[in-house]
Ligand binder design. Sequence first.
Ligand SMILES: *[C@@H]1O[C@H](CO)[C@@H](O)[C@H](O)[C@H]1NC(C)=O
Length: 357
Amino acid sequence: MRRPPPLPLAALCLLALPAAVAAYFGLTGREALTPFPGLGPATAPLQSRAHLKQCDLLKLSRKQKQLCRREPGLAETLYDAVHLGVLECQAQFRHERWNCSLEGRTALLKRGFKETAFLYAVSSAALTHALARACSAGRMERCTCDDSPDLENRQAWQWGVCGDNLKYSTKFLSNFLGPKKGSKDLRARMDAHNTNMGIKAVRNGLKTTCKCHGVSGSCAVRTCWKQLSPFRETGQLLKLRYDSAVKVSSTTNEALGRLELWAPPRSSRPAKGTAPRPGDLVYIDDSPSFCRPGKYSPGTAGRACSREASCDSLCCGRGYNTQSRLVAFSCHCHVQWCCYVECQQCVQEELAYTCKQ
Ligand SMILES: *[C@@H]1O[C@H](CO)[C@@H](O)[C@H](O)[C@H]1NC(C)=O
């Protein structure tokens, strides 16, 4: 299926659309991986004073490059964000047929699969998270701690506890990922929805943590600050939303004169169809099986699987190879007088399973 053609220009002019955040900021499978620590051959640690150079290494639009150059510390945070997003995606999909590999990523990003939806959401979530943390960690010049003007936080500030600055991070992001001009088709709507969903997922994980001070725990003084959940929790939430992603089509809202996402009725609702919920991941194209090597993925041949849990589905019914290997470990340990432990080396056979061609 091809992407639907964009709306005619006349229609676009009529619409005063709310600014939608829609750009993808993650690996596309096209970039040289060297600047990304841990993803390519090791490089020297990035130096903050060299941030202009770092901005040039990143694949950025003109506006993004300007923003990057203006803010020392941003380039490094952008690297962190991309890295965080990639690792989380790979961790969440390690047992799936599509394992978030970079092979086929470029083709995959052109389509509107559930996997594309996840990539948009995880990349915007990672960017939101990394930025909010960079602010509170003092790595940025233009933002510091969360400065919500409530009393608790002013106390927190006095006590020197620095909250993760989600407010700055969200604001920055809508500017940084800004609306793409002229693309208000169904696919652009999908991307915007999923990008915003990723940002929301991080926001939902923001917790207020408090600490009591005072004589014998009297809590006479309370320090509170805002803290983000570990990104792993956000990744888990996004993976759950991927599992229950909603296929959408478009409908023209006559009253507002604009294209809107339309989700088929959920069983419990009147059979009319509704807008997808803000917390849903949405997609428009059905995914391939990812079983065989193809345009979108390298297939599952050679993937390690667990015989009890995943081999059947992961290997797509082709079966799996079993390999045994010997693993050494310490055994028959005795405590010797006085103070050391003496062990023997034992070997044990371990079985490893991999999907057949
Ligand atoms: C994904 O699977 C392919 C084989 O299909 C493998 O080569 C690759 O290393 C895997 N990637 C990750 C991140 O696990």
